[in-house]
Design a protein. Structure first.
Lengths: 175, 179
């Protein structure tokens, strides 16, 4: 009695295809691991073990209309993941606007997020021309220097303030 | 009768060679994927050139000694005919009292993602005397943080400055001025 051999009945061929797929996947995995600087560190919160409390100095910009900028100083207190403090803005360009703002915020997903919640001092302009903003910053140590770099935006519901944005760059003030 | 030799099955030999090719192909593809994904946050040194530094930069320069003053700091940079050379101007405006203001031409060069600048003279100086003023050598690293171009680094007294300026230093943090 004879029987006809079915197509693909050669088991070695099946194994070979599976093995080929496995080898490609293994190669992809090894390649990805080899070229990622430190894959484990990608998930590490850069703010772990960092106490942001203290004084930070730098610049904040208004990236609209006249592109103004301010000398920016921030005094922060960190309690767990909660932040509080004062932000001090002093315009370096055209008008001599000066403001002191109460800050309230938190740390989440490795980022610093805080809002201006109250204006303590405002010189050189009026409250109806002033907007409270929310700032999001990333912490980085660059060549041994602690930095906070990010952007601010308006997130409340006053129409006159909608769409305004800017940037923030800060370095920790030395003791 | 001819006895079949071990490994005489051609398909087996092709399969092994093919498997090796697939492994190497996967490795190559994986390495390329890895490279492209790690470039998102920070530009690689190879992609930074002298033209990267051209333009206007704004931020802060600190004096980390004495009264620990700080200045609003602005620099403009242009490429020179020299391949890695840069020239420009620096503007300092003290954030506190007294309101010291200074303008200084700067020269320097780029190596990789670092720029080395020297203030070469003082063309404007207000509210302080020249004998109380020191020019600076500045070293900055270029980084893109969350899409924002930054120059971060330090300064010391210029290498050609007088002895009284020795030991002074500070930090610099700049971001590119928007167009």
């Amino acid at each position: 009695m004879t029987f006809e051999k079915r197509k693909n009945s050669d088991s070695r061929r099946g194994i070979s295809i599976l093995l080929a797929i496995a080898l490609v996947l293994a190669g992809l995995f090894v390649g990805l691991v080899m070229t990622t600087d430190n894959p484990v560190e990608l998930d590490v919160n850069p703010l772990t073990g960092v106490d942001l409390s203290g004084e930070w100095v730098g610049t904040t910009t208004q990236d609209y209309d006249g592109d103004q900028r301010y000398d920016y100083r921030m005094i922060l207190t960190q309690n767990g993941n909660e932040l509080s403090g004062v932000g001090i803005l002093d315009m370096t360009t055209d008008y001599d606007v000066y403001a002191e703002e109460v800050l309230s915020g938190y740390i989440a997903d490795g980022q610093v997020i805080y809002s201006e919640v109250e204006t303590l001092v405002l010189d050189g302009t009026t409250m109806d021309r002033w907007c409270h903003t929310q700032t999001t910053l990333s912490y980085q140590v660059i060549d041994g220097q602690e930095t906070l770099v990010g952007t601010w935006e308006y997130v409340l519901d006053e129409q006159r303030c909608e769409g305004i944005t800017g940037r923030v760059i800060l370095t920790r003030q030395s003791d | 009768m001819v006895e079949k030799r071990k490994n005489s099955d051609k398909r087996n030999g092709i399969s092994l060679g093919f498997a090796l090719l697939l492994l190497l192909g996967g490795l190559f593809a994986g390495m390329n994927l890895g490279v492209s994904s790690s470039n998102d946050a920070v530009l690689t040194e190879a992609s930074v050139s002298v033209t990267t530094f051209e333009g206007e930069w704004i931020g802060t320069i600190t004096e980390d000694y004495g009264a620990e003053s700080r200045y609003d700091f602005r620099i403009t940079l242009d490429n020179t005919t020299n391949t890695n050379g840069v020239v420009g101007m620096s503007y300092l405006d003290m954030a506190q009292e007294p309101e010291i203001y200074s303008e200084s031409p700067i020269e320097g060069f780029v190596i990789g993602d670092e720029i080395f600048l020297s203030q070469v003279s003082t063309t404007v100086l207000e509210n302080v005397q020249m004998d109380n003023w020191c020019l600076a050598d500045i070293t900055l690293s270029y980084q893109v943080l969350n899409g924002q171009e930054t120059l971060v680094g330090t300064w010391t007294n210029a290498h050609f400055e007088r002895v009284e300026c020795d030991g002074i230093s500070g930090r610099v943090i700049l971001t590119r001025q928007s167009d």
